[in-house]
Structure formats: C-alpha cells, structure tokens
Design a protein around this ligand. Structure first.
Ligand code: IMP
Ligand code: MG
Length: 181
C-alpha cells in the first residue's frame, strides 16, 4: 500500500482494512455474549464513529438499538470551564444498557465531560466501545471497555477518522509520517 497525502501532510499505511474487520468482529462477538437479552442502546458519537459504529452494529446478532449524537463543547467562564452537551439524544435512557461508541479515546477529555450528564439520565449501565485508544495520551480517567486497537501516541486517519475533515473514507488506517512531526 502506498502513502497518502492530505493537505500538507503525508500518512503511511498502519492497520489494514482486513485487520480492522477481524478486530471489530471480535468486539461484536464479545458484545453479543455480554448483552444477550439486554437490548443495549449503542450511542455513536459523530462524526468520527460512524463507520466503526456501522460495522460493529452489523456484527451484532442480539437484539440491539443504535442512535447517534453530536457533542458540542463550550468554554465557560468558570475555572473548570468545559461543558459538553449532547445534540440529538432523544431516546429514553432510564433503565437502558448504554454502549457509547467512539472513534478514539485520546486525552479522554470529551468523554470525561460527557459521562456525568449521561449518568444523570439513569441508564442501567454505561460502557464504552472505542475503535482506538492512545494510552500514552490519556489525561482523564476514562477507560474503554471494548477497544479494537491500542495505538501509540501518533495522529491517524481513515476508517472514519479525519485530518481537518479529510481522510475519513479510507478503509485502511494510516498514521502521520514521522518526518512530518
Ligand atoms: P479526546 O477528548 O482527547 O479523547 O479526543 C477525542 C477526539 O479527538 C476523537 O473523537 C477524535 O475526533 C479526535 N482525535 C484524537 N486523536 C485523533 C487522531 O489521531 N486522528 C483523528 N482524530 C483524533
Ligand atoms: Mg470524534
């Protein structure tokens, strides 16, 4: 496979579509076992998770539902300063088994800000499925329960992940070339 270029940056092949498919299928199999009879509600965080969420959901053979939300961040005036609101979450969450579906947990800030608001809606349980996690970048106490790949702290694109809006459509995952750091 060849390198790709997006805007000013070069990216090099990292994880193939075949490897991705195998891992996502394995995660779906785990969820099939863990959530049989529980009718989990998957909540995909847009935009980055849409391809992972679609593949993961197609791997489910149990009764399950899916919905998508966008998160909006506001910089407040208080010292804590960071509030995350969900746009488009209309489902009743009370008593539901929720699985958050994220493209990547990087610093963990997004989910760390979002989870308390979710808990207020009294779901029966909340777990996190992340396509990727970068343990080396983590700054908040957020841990994914289902992770397809743990990767080094390097910027990646493809399979839904973007660089400045581009690159989401590549079926394989690419990482930024070292020379571009
Ligand atoms: P966090 O709040 O720091 O965990 O950041 C999570 C969000 O940052 C993800 O949902 C992505 O949209 C974005 N992000 C973090 N790392 C990457 C990357 O390597 N490539 C593309 N997007 C990334
Ligand atoms: Mg994202």
């Amino acid at each position: 496979m060849a390198d790709i270029r997006i805007h000013d940056k070069r990216f090099t092949p990292f994880i193939t579509a075949t490897e991705i498919e195998q891992r996502v299928r394995a995660l779906a199999a785990l969820i099939n076992t863990d959530y049989a009879g529980k009718n989990p509600l998957l909540i995909g965080i847009l935009n980055g998770s849409f391809i992972f969420a679609a593949d993961l959901f197609r791997g489910l053979t149990i009764e399950a539902e899916i919905s998508f939300i966008k998160l909006a961040s506001y910089k407040g005036t208080s010292s804590s300063g960071h509030v995350v609101t969900a746009i488009g979450l209309e489902e009743e969450l009370h008593g539901r088994h929720v699985i958050i579906v994220e493209d990547i947990i990087d610093t963990g800030k997004t989910l760390h800000s979002f989870l308390p608001g979710l808990q207020q809606r009294q779901p029966a349980s909340v777990k996190i499925a992340a396509f990727l996690s970068k343990p080396g970048a983590l700054q908040y106490d957020v841990r994914a329960d289902y992770v397809a790949f743990e990767i080094a702290n390097k910027f990646v694109v493809g399979y839904g992940l973007d660089y400045d809006g581009h690159g989401r459509n590549y079926p394989d995952l690419y990482r930024l070339k070292d020379a571009d750091f």
